[in-house]
Design a protein around this ligand. Structure first.
Ligand SMILES: NC(=O)c1ccc[n+]([C@@H]2O[C@H](COP(=O)([O-])OP(=O)(O)OC[C@H]3O[C@@H](n4cnc5c(N)ncnc54)[C@H](OP(=O)(O)O)[C@@H]3O)[C@@H](O)[C@H]2O)c1
Length: 271
């Protein structure tokens, strides 16, 4: 199969893990994917907030009872390869499933943090804050990815897919958002490199557009750059932020057609 060609992602019995599935885009994506995936698919919902995760799971049960869900309460900022591998092995055992039971493995790296946007780059001075940021936003998705594909190898499932939720910030500087921008740029490049290394994994970096979630609340409150902060405040008051569903509406057909160049960065506004 060519690197720019794959099967409809929603046509295959899938083991899908979504990080940051307790609220915002991740919650919406998990519910919408559950509605579209075939029976006996399994969705693993990961984040810290148990209430949020259970709300996602309840909404899936109400709208898409043909799929199974499993809530996993985990802080992704403090994981190691060993802890994540143990987590996956434990899940297979508890759920009495094996990677071979599925036709597709889908990993959605959605969880992310905005970090400290109250400082211009020359004011950033805490190595421990920086390292914590990279741990959460770079190291943890990379290690989760490693252990996930250690179990879901090419010979085990028909199709393997990674969706990296990215941002316009990965290709355009936003003043006072240097760490977020750098994290998103690095994450895009990590997954773009994986796409180059392994053509058997379909990789998409999707920039969802400005969406009305808790991350935008922080953007309006904390952004140091006046123009940028006013832009976000204006978007909220004028009602021009997107809803999560609006953004997912553009992602879904992309995944159904599955013809994107693996590794590509595609933005809501480009589709
Ligand atoms: N909102 C926007 O305008 C916008 C624009 C472009 C890109 N994005 C991207 O879209 C994705 C989703 O963002 P969102 O707007 O939905 O943000 P959000 O409402 O802040 O949700 C972030 C999610 O990540 C999880 N998370 C945060 N820290 C975590 C940790 N330490 N361990 C595990 N999970 C953690 C949160 O769950 P818990 O708190 O329960 O752990 C939550 O489910 C992110 O990658 C973001 O960068 C957002």
């Amino acid at each position: 199969m060519a690197a720019s060609d794959g099967r409809d992602i929603f046509s295959l019995k899938t083991f899908c893990l979504v990080t940051g599935a307790s609220r915002g885009l991740g919650q919406c994506m998990a519910i919408r994917f559950a509605e579209k995936l075939p029976a006996q698919s399994m969705l693993v919902l990961m984040a810290r907030s148990l209430n949020g995760l259970e709300s996602t799971s309840d909404q899936i049960a109400a709208r898409a009872s043909h799929v199974r869900t499993k809530v996993v309460q985990r802080d992704l900022s403090s994981q190691t390869e060993t802890s994540l591998d143990a987590l996956l092995r434990g899940l297979f055992e508890e759920l009495k499933v094996a990677p071979r039971d599925f036709d597709q493995a889908l990993l959605v790296h959605n969880a992310a943090t905005l970090g400290d946007v109250s400082k211009m780059m020359t004011e950033i001075d805490s190595a421990s804050d920086l390292n914590a940021y990279w741990d959460m936003n770079l190291t943890s998705p990379l290690l989760l990815n490693t252990v996930f594909f250690r179990h879901f190898t090419q010979d085990v499932v028909d199709q393997r897919v990674v969706i990296n939720i990215t941002s316009l910030c990965s290709i355009k500087p936003f003043k006072s958002w240097s760490i977020y921008c750098a994290g998103k740029a690095a994450r895009d490049m990590l997954f773009n490199t994986m796409a180059a290394e392994d053509s058997s994994i379909r990789v998409l970096s999707y920039a969802p557009g400005p969406i009305d979630t808790e991350m935008q609340v922080l953007a309006r409150r904390d952004t140091a750059d006046d123009d940028l902060r006013q832009m976000f405040i204006g978007m909220k008051s004028e009602g021009t932020l997107l809803s999560c569903d609006q953004s997912i509406d553009r992602l879904v057909p992309l995944l159904q057609k599955n013809k994107f160049q693996s590794g590509a960065h595609l933005d809501y506004y480009d589709i």
